[in-house]
Design a protein around this ligand. Structure first.
Ligand code: SAM
Ligand code: SF4
Length: 449
């Protein structure tokens, strides 16, 4: 058989779930002879794996398509595909705005890319698939994955049934779906077998995970984490993104007694104002969030927290914003993401009265960011002088340096041989900045298989 060698460039926007999906798209295309390339100009196929969460994210895709149009004009047979949440949300509108696009494929249909490419080669014109067969997708994806490295992502749950009034995810990613535990455990074993030591479990609402267990019962995320922690070679487990309402007792208990579960949790709260939380349809108030944090910290006293915040949601008053600032000061975060509310067509928030003017959103964002940055710097500085286990996963910026992650997810830099990559080592922290820690190797704790 003639061996066809083609090149594919996949550009990923947005969340870690898109990072995982981009890798899986590469896995699906590999049997067709597509090799990944970092240079779109050399490629037969360019895929934009897109994000629709905020207006700016979606607009970036159209400006990138403008650049690709010129490339395509100079390269015979080049195909352009739009995947991900913009594809799901805008469908044929993409082809109307950007006729250079050949394929539009939603996040639940990308396993069908080979058929779509074949259709185009047969001369069938453009291909569009924005179906929601989540079940088929995971069954159809190949076992083997090209995902490499010490720290990897593993999608366990997709979709969202929560319908926060600002958010497009329930529309672009569909209803909540949890993969069966056996399939997840098998994927994790394969990852560990090929050198993964840290696995981050992914889901739009990962702690809403409720999948069929190998024992035939429903497993929640806490149970799944316990089973994953027993896999040889899996030293560290993380999960993201969680919803406060789905933090159950089993998950809290896992934080207390599964040593592989890292003491860092991204738990978005969005706002500290009960009025705004109700308008956002978050279905919890700020005290409920405080109580959940207390339970988690009682189980794991060194737990470091991260969160997401939205400022300038419709109707947010000075008092509402002050409540957010108060919550931030009270809980104290090791890091956090904050966003200006972005009006997303089709969501209830977009039609709400009292939209907030941009300059006020800017001012509130600056005030919130200043406090979050202060807390992040203080948290990092509190670790100076302590000795922490770091999992080294890459060479550092300078020769002779290696880089990895602390249990609290900060980047850690140290002088050390490249042979330490893939190992867990104790590092005495000597310096801290806003974004990273650096220190001296104290002891090598474990070796990669
Ligand atoms: N499922 C997660 C949760 O329940 O919080 C979050 C998923 S979403 C991909 C990531 C973050 O984007 C949200 O936590 C929220 O802070 C932010 N976000 C979502 N929609 C937004 C909007 N319309 N404007 C600004 N930020 C938004
Ligand atoms: Fe979006 Fe998260 Fe709310 Fe679901 S729970 S609608 S993903 S913010």
């Amino acid at each position: 058989m003639r061996r066809v060698t083609r090149k594919v460039h996949i550009k990923t926007y947005g969340c870690q779930m898109n990072v995982y999906d981009s890798q899986r798209m590469a896995d699906v295309l590999k049997p067709l002879g597509y090799a990944p390339s970092a240079a779109p100009e050399d490629c037969d196929l360019v895929i934009l794996n897109t994000c629709h969460i905020r207006e700016k994210a979606a607009e970036k895709v159209y400006s990138e398509l403008g650049r690709l149009k010129k490339l395509k004009a100079g390269k015979d047979g080049m195909m352009i595909a739009v995947a991900g949440c913009v594809a799901q949300a805008e469908g044929e509108e993409i082809v109307r705005r950007a006729p250079e696009v050949d394929i539009v494929v939603g996040p639940q249909a990308y396993h069908r890319l080979p058929q779509m490419i074949a259709e185009i080669h047969r001369g069938a014109g453009r291909a569009l698939d924005t179906d929601f067969p989540a079940l088929d997708k995971f069954d159809a994806l190949p076992d083997e994955s090209g995902q490499q490295g010490v720290a990897r992502f593993l999608t366990v749950q997709e979709g969202c049934d929560k319908f926060c009034t600002f958010c497009v995810v329930p529309y672009t990613r569909g209803a909540e779906y949890s993969r069966p535990a056996a399939a997840i455990l098998a994927e994790a074993r394969r990852m560990a077998g090929s050198g993964a030591r840290e696995i981050t479990l992914l889901g739009q609402n990962v702690n809403a995970y409720r999948g069929e267990g190998p024992d035939g019962r429903d497993w929640g995320l806490g149970r799944l984490i316990r089973a994953l922690a027993e896999i040889d070679g899996v030293w560290r487990i993380r999960y993201t993104t969680s919803h406060p309402n789905d933090v159950d007792d089993a998950l809290v208990a896992a934080h207390g007694d599964v040593p592989a579960l890292m003491p860092f949790l991204h738990l978005p709260v969005q706002s500290g104002s009960d009025r705004i939380l109700a308008a956002m349809n978050r279905k919890h108030d700020s005290d409920a969030y405080r109580r959940i944090v207390d339970r988690l910290r009682a189980a794991r006293p060194d737990l470091a927290l991260s969160s997401d915040f939205i400022v300038g949601f419709p109707g947010e008053s000075d008092a509402d914003f002050a409540a957010t600032m108060a919550l931030v000061r009270e809980v104290s975060f090791a890091q956090a993401f904050s966003f200006k509310y972005s009006r997303r067509p089709g969501t209830p928030g977009a039609a709400m009265p009292k939209q907030i003017a941009e300059p006020l959103k800017d001012a509130r964002l600056a005030e919130l960011n200043a406090e979050l940055m202060r807390q992040q710097i203080a948290f990092n500085a509190s670790l100076v002088g302590r000795t922490l286990p770091a999992l080294f996963d890459r060479p550092g910026r300078h020769p002779g340096q290696i880089a990895g992650r602390s249990p609290f997810l900060q980047a850690v830099h140290a002088e050390g041989a490249a042979s330490l990559i893939g190992r867990l080592a104790e590092v005495t922290i000597l310096r801290a900045s806003q974004n990273s820690l650096s220190g001296r190797l104290a002891r090598i704790a474990a070796e990669a298989a």
